[in-house]
Ligand binder design. Structure first.
Ligand code: FES
Length: 575
């Protein structure tokens, strides 16, 4: 866009008369000089700071670096808050509110005098909610992640966010770890500002930001407390001003090729299954057709190159020192699989950004020719138990269980599960298939991260560490195991999962992408006639809006009326 063309902000700040007075004078109340309203790009800085989002609690400091950058480049920064979702704190699950936060972002952008926006995210849902909301406006936008925490350190060993909790809590339940030690580890796991430092959902989504081209190179791995994170924030602030001048809107970056690059990067990092849902939802907002099968077709045969928890042993700090995501993307460029010509936020292609990225530690980032795990991308399963699909992350599963046939042990909902799982009288053994219902988008509601069900203590005491588990829930990106997730349609929407009963035989065959309930169609029809319907939730407010309109997991769990965008046209005057 030529510099002289009227920007959105000019329709507020560039006005004469009463309207111009109104739009400028209140903004001046903190000492903003008049020359800031001279037509320079106005940059919104969308800040998800909250003390209730511990992973983003350093954003008050980080945002100052973004502002410095905007000012240095000749822009006018205006910071604004949006709903912030703390994964470890929000109940019943932060995912319930991802779409609400995205609405907040979208409407905040459109209603205000912004020409471009910097998106500041960190904790899991803050990344997709900001990307989705901004995509529905399609202004120039750049993302800056808050960065991962330093590695957890406890008794001489590294412990990772989430992953360490799942491991140690099972040790406690098996009677092998005293509670006092478990409590001691609590103060050693999260010892700096930043988000989870395993390759959980936050690190995965920060990597997706980089792979999609929506952030600067290095966005994913630089720790929150490393000065280079502040530098990156400053450079993002500088860069967005030029993106406005170049009219580099989101839809020019978020192309089909960019999403395919993200899927490839997701496989190479052994990333979270949650990225499947978020990327599909984001693609829906920007008008790119992306389907569940794309993840299998494009990513499942790719190798995992990154040796990070939960699939491996290192942490994000190690990935940073090994070269960060650029070292991983270089492998994909050199292997000839990445769409190297995809444009990124810095105006260069992803190939140009990463083609010469060095790797300093081949234990952490393996070369393409000698991968950490072969063919380890997310697999999409189908069958009469999941007509619209389900996913599994083979890199985090037990290889021997990827082909398995077992008897179902069914839990009707999460309360039923926690009410019975610790009972030694529970009829379950290590060959059983644990099935959890009513934890999907409508069922929980919000599709909680409870798909990695803890194992029965009597089996843990026998030394069993993994079993096949199936649900319509999600799983924390920090979790692991032979866990089939996102079964669609979910039980609460009347999916076949609702009809599974104790003792039914279930066949899982990941190689054949098969998830089959060995019950006849006639018997399933009989059970459907007896089905009592979905659980009842609050009948008002956002819960009602969400349950009435949420799409199933295979469609990104967005609200049906939010798919697509409304652009960034300037609304009518407010007086
Ligand atoms: Fe915030 Fe894990 S709890 S990123």
């Amino acid at each position: 866009m030529p510099e002289e063309r009227k920007r959105r902000s000019a329709q507020w700040f560039g006005r004469d008369g009463r309207e111009g007075f109104i739009y400028r004078t209140w903004v001046k109340n903190r000492g903003v000089p008049h020359d800031q309203f001279d037509g320079r790009p106005v940059i919104g800085i969308c800040n998800t700071f909250s003390e209730l989002t511990p992973c983003n609690s350093h954003f008050r400091q980080l945002v100052e670096h973004v502002k410095h950058g905007v000012l240095e480049a000749g822009g006018f920064p205006l910071e604004f808050p949006v709903m912030s979702l703390g994964e470890s704190v929000v109940r019943p699950t932060a995912m319930l509110f991802r779409n609400l936060a995205s609405m907040d972002v979208e409407e905040s952008i459109r209603a205000n005098p912004m020409d471009g926006v910097v998106l500041m995210f960190g904790c899991d849902k803050t990344t997709p909610s900001l990307l989705m909301g901004a995509a529905s406006c399609d202004l120039p936008a750049i993302g800056i992640s808050g960065g991962p925490m330093l590695s957890g350190q406890w008794r001489g060993r590294e412990i990772g966010s989430g992953t360490g909790i799942w491991q140690m809590s099972e040790e406690v339940r098996a009677g092998r770890m005293p509670l006092a030690e478990f409590c001691e580890a609590e103060s050693c796991m999260h010892r700096s500002q930043g988000h989870c430092m395993t390759m959980g959902t936050a690190s995965t989504m920060a990597s997706m930001v980089e792979a999609l081209g929506m952030g600067l190179p290095g966005n994913a791995a630089i720790p929150a407390v490393d000065s280079r994170r502040n530098l990156l924030a400053r450079m993002a602030g500088r860069r967005i001003v030029d993106m406005v001048r170049e009219d580099l809107v989101m839809s020019k970056i978020l192309t089909r090729e960019a999403f395919e690059n993200a899927i490839m990067a997701l496989a190479a990092i052994g990333g979270s299954t949650n990225a499947v849902i978020h990327l599909i939802a984001l693609a829906g907002r920007i008008g790119v057709k992306l389907e569940l099968e794309d993840f299998d077709r494009i990513g499942s045969r790719l190798p995992c190159l990154v040796n990070l928890m939960p699939s491996g042993k290192y942490l994000m700090e190690d990935l940073c020192y090994a070269g960060g995501l650029p070292a991983v993307l270089r492998e994909l460029v050199e292997a000839g699989v990445l769409h190297a010509g995809a444009i990124t936020a810095n105006g260069r292609t992803i190939g140009e950004n990463n083609r010469e990225a060095p790797c300093w530690n081949r234990e952490v980032v393996h070369p393409w020719g000698k991968p950490f795990k072969p063919a380890a991308g997310i697999a999409v399963l189908r069958g009469n138990l999941a007509p619209s699909g389900a996913v599994i992350k083979p890199s985090a599963a037990t290889p021997a269980l990827l082909k398995h046939r077992g008897r179902a042990v069914v839990f009707e909902d999460i309360d039923d599960f926690y009410g019975r799982i610790d009972d030694d009288a529970l009829d379950v053994d290590e060959t059983s298939v644990m099935v959890l219902k009513n934890c999907g988008p409508k069922g929980y509601p919000g599709m909680a991260e409870c798909g990695n069900m803890p194992l029965p203590p009597k089996l843990l005491r026998k030394g069993i560490t993994d079993m096949v588990r199936i649900s319509d829930a999600r799983m924390s990106g920090t979790a692991y195991g032979t866990v089939v997730l996102h079964v669609a349609p979910e039980a609460a929407a009347g999916g076949p999962l609702a009809l599974v009963r104790n003792g039914d035989w279930i066949e899982l065959d990941v190689e054949k992408r098969r998830l089959h309930l060995e019950v006849s169609d006639a018997e399933l029809a009989k059970r459907r006639a007896e089905w009592k319907g979905p659980p009842k939730h609050l009948a008002r407010g956002y819960y009602k809006l969400y349950v009435d309109h949420v799409l199933q997991a295979d469609r990104g769990a967005d609200l049906d009326f939010l798919v697509g965008g409304s652009g960034a046209a300037v609304p009518r005057d407010n007086h």
